[in-house]
Design a protein around this ligand. Structure first.
Ligand code: NAD
Length: 479
């Protein structure tokens, strides 16, 4: 029997979700549709009491959820997916409004929720057994307890689910704090989950950065799974140290893409550009530096420019648009700084206009900077917007060193006809996820995390489950 829609759901009223129930607050804020500048619906700002109540409810719910057999937990999660899938259109519209992303791409994110939870429900929690004459040693894993998930604004829905799926599957309870810029889809998703899951198992508290800090400091929270900027990640780790919380930090990156001389230029150049401009560059693993072999540099750059100039930027509702706006005013100003700096330093704009100005929406035409110096801001820092530098290279060891010459190490790409050769280069790049002949497309089937300042630990896939668990080793002696 196909699931019916929940009678109480409307997509215009938003609540925090505490102990299975919707809760309002005296204090409210609202998001802004970045494509139109229009104010969106009110959302309650959770108070410290709301947060404490949520953590207390999670603590109460934890023993029963932990002791629920994993097959039953999977059954409930899949039942939730079935119900969620009856709301695909509503979630897609909501995601378009809160992020401004084109409907096609919002649809991909909304559709990924079922795929994400579904894949996690096929996984087994790893265990090991060692035996000798004297003893048997069982290495097992147990859930941590109450977890907190802190989420950014670029993929608000899937990054919430990327924490909820492994946390619940492994028997933890989780409290999600969405970004104040994009609270809507996460709050609705978690409200809907109350139809299926016991109270306290998954909850949502919306609010500002201060609420994130309170969640991080809470003594009854065993782990924080944080996705966001490097600067905030460092604060989360510092505060977590006080209670020795487990932390997973999924932070920013400065991905290099290395283009080898033997590529099919016409085919690969638009793909490399898409790696940089996906979601208007607002992707932790977007390509942020492009290194093209000098023998094809001009031709390859020209193909990238041709493709980039053909990209349509605008409203989510026009299906011809490939890119939407920058998600918020603060980020728009930050990205503008990279344009101003590149212009002031006299760098060459191969595509795009140095003088950007927002109208009703925070739209920016994708932009390529041709061969800025190694110490330029656009090479060294993460713009998190649709502006990317290209540089030529001639010596493989030197370009690998240049790609690795960053404090971050989240993603990277290598493009070449000889796949074996390209994969060898991929293994020399200091990044958590390296893609050969594709732009960065993280998948729930593998752990996702960064090297160096791009983060600590990782989640997703079987290895990622362990981020939500304690090792619990039982040594059984035979006599
Ligand atoms: P941000 O660090 O400003 O905010 C992220 C979240 O942290 C928000 O919910 C915010 O309210 C909360 N927060 C802020 N201050 C806090 C504090 N002191 N304690 C606890 N929580 C606090 O990041 P953002 O601007 O929302 O997101 C953009 C950044 O996120 C980029 O750098 C991007 O690369 C990174 N990102 C990383 C990944 C990844 O998986 N590695 C994925 C998406 C985005």
């Amino acid at each position: 029997m196909s699931p019916s829609k929940a009678p109480s759901m409307d997509f215009e009223t938003f609540y925090n979700i505490i102990d299975g129930k919707p809760r309002s607050s005296k204090a409210i804020h609202h998001g802004v549709n970045p494509a139109t500048g229009q104010e969106l619906w009110d959302v309650p700002i959770a108070t410290e009491k709301d947060l404490n109540d949520a953590v207390a409810a999670a603590k109460k719910a934890f023993p029963a959820w932990r002791d629920t057999p994993i097959e039953k937990r999977k059954e409930l999660l899949m039942k939730f997916v079935d119900m969620y899938n009856t709301y695909i259109e509503e979630f897609t519209t909501l995601l378009c409004k809160e992020t401004g992303k084109p409907r096609k791409f919002a649809g991909i994110e909304v559709g990924a929720v079922g795929a994400f939870i579904g894949y996690h429900c096929t996984l087994k929690i790893p265990e090991e057994k060692f035996e000798d004459d004297e003893k048997t040693v069982y290495t097992e894993y147990t859930p941590l307890g109450v977890c907190g998930g802190i989420v950014p604004w670029n993929f608000p829905l899937i990054l919430s689910v990327g924490k909820i799926a492994p946390a619940l599957l492994t028997g933890n309870c989780i409290v999600i704090k969405p970004s104040p810029f994009t609270p809507y889809t996460s709050l609705k998703l978690i409200e809907l989950a109350q139809q299926i899951l016991p109270p306290g198992v998954v909850q949502a508290v919306g609010g500002n950065n201060e609420l994130g800090a309170l969640l991080t400091a809470h003594p009854d929270v065993a782990k924080i799974s944080f996705t966001g900027s490097i600067a905030t990640g460092k604060k989360v780790m510092e505060v977590s140290a006080k209670t020795l919380k487990r932390v997973t930090l999924e932070l920013g990156g400065n991905d290099a893409s290395i283009v080898l001389p033997d590529v099919d230029i016409k085919k690969v150049a638009p793909e490399v550009a898409m790696g940089a401009f996906q979601n208007s560059g607002q992707v932790c693993v977007a390509t942020k530096r492009i290194y093209i072999h000098e023998s094809i540099y001009r031709e390859f750059l020209q193909e990238m420019v041709n493709f980039t100039k053909s990209i349509r930027v605008g409203s989510p509702d026009d299906s011809d648009n490939l890119l939407g706006p920058i998600q918020n005013a603060m980020q728009y100003e930050k990205v503008k700084g990279f344009f101003a700096d590149s212009k002031a330093k006299g760098y060459k704009f191969a595509a795009g206009d140095p003088d950007i100005a927002a109208s009703k929406g925070f739209f920016i035409q994708p932009t390529i900077i041709d061969n800025p110096p190694n110490d330029s801001r656009i090479i060294v820092e993460e713009p998190f917007g649709p502006i990317v530098p290209t540089q030529p290279w001639s010596d493989l060891d030197e370009v690998i060193a240049r790609a690795n010459d960053t404090k971050t190490g989240l993603g990277a790409c290598v493009w070449g006809k000889d796949v074996e050769e390209a994969a060898k280069i991929a293994r020399r790049l200091e990044a958590g996820s390296v893609f050969v002949n594709s732009w960065e497309k993280p998948t729930p089937q593998a752990i996702f995390g960064g090297h160096k300042e791009s983060g600590i630990g990782g989640e997703w896939g079987t290895t990622g489950l362990l981020a939500f668990m304690n090792a619990h080793v039982i040594h059984v002696y035979k006599s």
